[in-house]
Design a protein around this ligand. Structure first.
Ligand SMILES: *[C@@H]1O[C@H](CO)[C@@H](O)[C@H](O)[C@H]1NC(C)=O
Ligand SMILES: *[C@@H]1O[C@H](CO)[C@@H](O)[C@H](O)[C@H]1NC(C)=O
Length: 300
């Protein structure tokens, strides 16, 4: 992780963020509103991870929850675009194996027709894309050793004429928990999220950090066509119950994937693409496949 100091020594002319030539900042379309807090400071070279599978009994159904805690995210939490960048799609497990991730999860929303990534994407200190949307980012800065969560404009990620502030950034839809308080109601109006999206019983993925700055990934299994899974209100309650201090909702539904040590661990649920039926997930719903997605969360 000597990259930043070395780059800074390399001379100011070439350290400005690697923005595309002629890049123009969008005029801010919203007022930035995000919170920052310290990342757990451990620089241990090995990731410390706990994966738990929890059966949560709710009045209407039993939910299977995968909770992953990475106690030392500073050096070990990453966001990766597809192996061909953005746009582009890979199955979470293929991307994770190629990147050497020990654990991975699907991450940002995307355009299923074009494979375009939605929202900001920064990976290992490299800017993949800036796309300011009134949806929350989850961002980690190794230089300031801080998490940032919330509504971030382009200049919050890369101030004009300066370097990237954050090394890993991905966007979700729905800010579930803000500094320990439920925030879904406020974010639903701020982001203009439909009630249908909130109320959908679906497999879901959320991520964030606890009050000590440790990373948490929270997944709930489900099957939309059978009304199984969690509404966003339930995701918010689970996030609070498991100690997420800031949490955003990531892409869910058929994209929902938890990969760990060579295998998909959640009950994957996407319809197999024509000709790919043989690639169904052994632990998935009958004959279901993993969906190819644009970005992943990776622990390595
Ligand atoms: C990732 O996706 C690209 C584009 O679809 C494909 O060419 C490549 O083979 C995929 N890589 C893996 C490891 O699946
Ligand atoms: C959010 O809104 C719903 C519906 O209006 C309400 O029942 C619930 O109590 C609200 N939650 C919070 C934390 O304000």
């Amino acid at each position: 992780m000597m990259r930043w100091p070395l780059l800074l020594l390399a001379g100011l002319a070439c350290v400005l963020a690697d923005l595309p030539e002629n890049f123009e900042y969008a005029t801010n379309s919203f007022v930035s509103d995000f919170v920052t807090s310290p990342v757990y400071p451990s620089q241990d070279p090995l990731p410390h991870v706990v994966h738990s599978t929890i059966i949560k009994h709710l009045p209407d159904q039993d939910l299977t929850v995968h909770l992953v805690r990475l106690t030392n995210p500073l050096l070990h939490f990453h966001v990766y675009p597809s192996l061909t960048g953005c746009p582009g799609r890979n199955r979470t497990s293929d991307n994770a194996q190629a990147r050497g991730c020990f654990i991975a999860g699907n991450a940002g929303f995307f355009d299923t027709h074009t494979g375009a990534c939605l929202g900001h994407v920064v990976s290992e200190g490299h800017l993949v894309q800036l796309d300011a949307q009134m949806h929350p980012s989850l961002a980690l800065s190794r230089t300031t050793q801080r998490w940032a969560v919330g509504y971030m404009n382009e200049v919050d990620i890369v101030p004009q004429g300066q370097n990237l502030v954050y090394d890993e950034v991905v966007n979700g839809i729905g800010w579930l928990v803000r500094e320990g308080q439920p925030y879904l109601n406020t974010s639903q109006s701020a982001e203009k999220i439909s009630q249908a999206f909130v109320n959908l019983f679906a497999p879901r993925m959320a991520a964030g950090h606890d009050i000590n700055g440790q990373f948490l990934m929270l997944e709930v299994d489900g099957l939309e066509s059978a009304n199984l899974g969690a509404k966003l209100t339930v995701m918010t309650e689970l996030a609070l119950e498991y100690g997420l201090y800031n949490a955003i909702n990531l892409d869910g539904g058929g994209s929902t994937t938890v990969y760990m040590e060579g295998a998909v661990r959640n009950r994957c649920c996407d319809k197999c693409a024509a000709g790919h039926e043989a690639e169904h997930c052994p632990a998935g719903w009958d004959g279901a496949c993993q969906r190819a997605v644009t970005t992943i969360l990776c622990i390595r």
